[in-house]
Design a protein around this ligand. Structure first.
Ligand SMILES: Nc1ncnc2c1ncn2[C@@H]1O[C@H](COP(=O)(O)OP(=O)(O)O)[C@@H](O)[C@H]1O
Ligand SMILES: C[C@@](O)(CCOP(=O)(O)O)CC(=O)O
Ligand SMILES: [Mg+2]
Length: 389
C-alpha cells in the first residue's frame, strides 16, 4: 500500500431553485450531477529529491511549482495551522499568496484561475504545511459555467489533503472509490467552504455542501436537509458557453439589494417559498400517474417563477433568454442554474417526452452554438481511492 498517495473526486451540481437568494438566507434546492473533479495527491519521499510543491491544472494546461522554502517565507503563519480547525483566509494573507501565484505567468484570458490557485495554496498550507508534493487536478465539468466547478475543486482538494494529513483517520484498507466517513465529510466540507470564500467572495455554502454529500438537498442558512425523492427528474443542461464570474454576479446582486432593500427582500422571500414548495413536491410520494403529471407541471411552473425572479435580480443574460425562447417552442420550461450571466440553463424534460422531441430540441439549441448534456442527478458526493490497490 502506498500511504503517500491518494486520489479524490467530488461532483458538480445543479441548483433547481434558489441560487443567489440562498446567499441572502433563502432556501435553495440542489442536486449533485455525475460529472466529477478529480485530484491526485502525492507527498514527495526523501528519495524523490524534490523539495517543491507542484500543482498541475490539467483543464487549463497550467503548471505551478514553488520551492517549499519560498512558501514558508511568504506564509510563515498558515503553515502552523491545524488541519482539524478550518480557518478563513484574511484579505492580507490573500495578498501574500498572490505574490506566490505571480511567480508564474498566467495568460490574461485565464486570469480567473488565479483565485483557484490562491484557494489551493491556502488549503494546502493550512492542511499540509509546506511539505513537498505533487497535486494534479482535472475535471469533467465546464469551468465557470454554473455547475459548481469551484466547489468540486475545493471539495476534492480538501478531501485529498485531509486524507494524508497527520491527524487523518481515513481507513486505508478499503478498495475502489469509497465515501468519506461522517467526520471526514464534515471537515472537508468546512475547508472547501473556506476555499469557496476565496473564489466566490460571499458563498452560501450550498455548492460545497452538495458536492461533499451528493444526493438531492435543501439548503438554508448553512443547514442541509437531505431530500428523499422517488420522482424521476430529468433535466437537459444547456451550456451557453458565455463566460462569467460567480464572484462578480454575487456582488452585483448584493449591490442591487443595497439599492432596493425592500423590493429585493420581497424577491428573496418569494424564492424561499418557491424552494420550499419545490422540495415538498419532489419529496411527496406519488402513487398514480396523474399525481406524477401534476407534480411535474408544478415543478415546471416553479422553475418558471424562479427564472422570473432571477431576472429581477439582474443575473439573466441574452444567451439564457435565447435558451428559454427556444425550449418554449417545444412547451418546455427552463431556468438558469448557478450564478447566471451566461453559463448553464436547465430544461425540465417531462417523463413522457419522446426521445425524438428531445433530439430536436438539442439540435436546435446546438445550432445556436450552445452545448447540451443530460447528466444523472443526485449521485455520490466526495469519494476517495487509494492508489496501488
Ligand atoms: N479544474 C479546475 N482547475 C483549475 N481551477 C478551477 C477548476 N475548477 C474550478 N476552478 C476555479 O474555479 C473558478 C470557477 O468558479 P466559478 O466562477 O464559481 O464557476 P463555477 O463554480 O460555476 O464553475 C475558476 O475560474 C477557477 O479559479
Ligand atoms: C449564485 C450562487 O447561489 C451559486 C453559484 O454557483 P456557481 O459558482 O455559478 O456554480 C452562489 C452561492 O450560493 O454561493
Ligand atoms: Mg462556483
Amino acid at each position: 500500500m502506498i500511504m503517500g498517495e491518494v486520489r479524490c473526486r467530488a461532483p458538480g451540481k445543479i441548483i433547481l431553485a434558489g441560487e443567489h437568494a440562498v446567499v441572502h438566507g433563502s432556501a435553495a434546492v440542489a442536486a449533485s450531477i455525475a460529472l466529477y473533479t478529480s485530484v491526485s495527491f502525492r507527498l514527495h519521499q526523501p528519495s524523490d529529491n524534490d523539495d517543491t510543491l507542484r500543482l498541475h491544472l490539467m483543464d487549463v494546461g497550467l503548471d505551478f511549482s514553488w520551492p517549499t522554502g519560498r512558501i514558508k517565507d511568504i506564509l510563515p503563519d498558515s503553515v502552523n495551522s491545524i488541519a482539524s480547525s478550518p480557518t478563513t483566509c484574511s484579505d492580507e494573507t490573500i495578498k501574500f499568496i498572490k505574490t506566490l501565484v505571480e511567480d508564474h505567468k498566467i495568460p490574461e484570458s485565464q486570469i480567473g484561475i488565479v483565485s483557484g490557485v490562491i484557494a489551493f495554496l491556502w488549503l494546502y498550507t493550512c492542511i499540509q504545511g509546506n511539505k513537498p508534493a505533487t497535486v494534479s487536478v482535472s475535471s469533467e465539468l465546464p469551468l465557470g459555467s454554473g455547475l459548481g466547478s469551484s466547489a468540486a475543486f475545493c471539495v476534492s482538494i480538501s478531501g485529498a489533503l485531509l486524507a494524508l494529513s497527520d491527524s487523518s483517520k481515513v481507513d486505508f484498507s478499503r478498495e475502489g472509490w469509497v465515501s468519506f466517513g461522517e467526520k471526514d465529510q464534515l471537515l472537508a466540507n468546512k475547508w472547501a467552504f473556506e476555499g469557496e470564500k476565496i473564489i466566490h467572495g460571499k458563498p452560501s455554502g450550498i455548492d460545497n455542501t452538495v458536492s461533499t454529500y451528493g444526493n438531492l438537498i435543501k439548503f438554508k442558512s448553512g443547514t442541509l436537509t437531505c431530500i428523499k425523492s422517488n420522482m424521476t427528474l430529468k433535466m437537459l443542461i444547456t451550456n451557453t458557453k458565455v463566460g462569467r464570474n460567480t464572484k462578480a454576479l454575487v456582488a452585483g446582486v448584493s449591490e442591487r439589494k443595497n439599492r432596493h432593500p425592500d423590493a429585493m427582500t420581497s424577491v428573496f422571500t418569494a424564492v424561499d417559498s418557491i424552494s420550499n414548495e419545490l422540495a415538498s413536491i419532489i419529496q411527496s410520494s406519488s402513487d398514480d400517474d396523474l399525481t406524477a403529471l401534476t407534480k411535474e407541471q408544478k415543478v415546471a411552473e416553479l422553475m418558471e417563477m424562479n427564472q422570473g425572479l432571477l431576472k429581477c435580480m439582474g443575473v439573466s443574460h441574452a444567451s439564457i433568454e435565447m435558451v428559454l425562447r427556444t425550449t418554449l417552442k417545444y412547451k418546455l420550461t427552463s431556468k438558469l442554474t448557478g450564478a447566471g450571466g451566461g453559463g448553464c440553463v436547465l430544461t425540465l424534460l417531462p417523463a413522457l417526452l419522446s426521445a425524438a422531441v428531445i433530439d430536436e430540441v438539442i439540435e436546435e439549441l446546438e445550432q445556436c452554438g450552445f452545448q447540451c448534456l443530460i447528466a444523472d442527478i443526485g449521485g455520490n458526493g466526495l469519494e476517495i481511492c487509494f492508489n496501488g490497490r
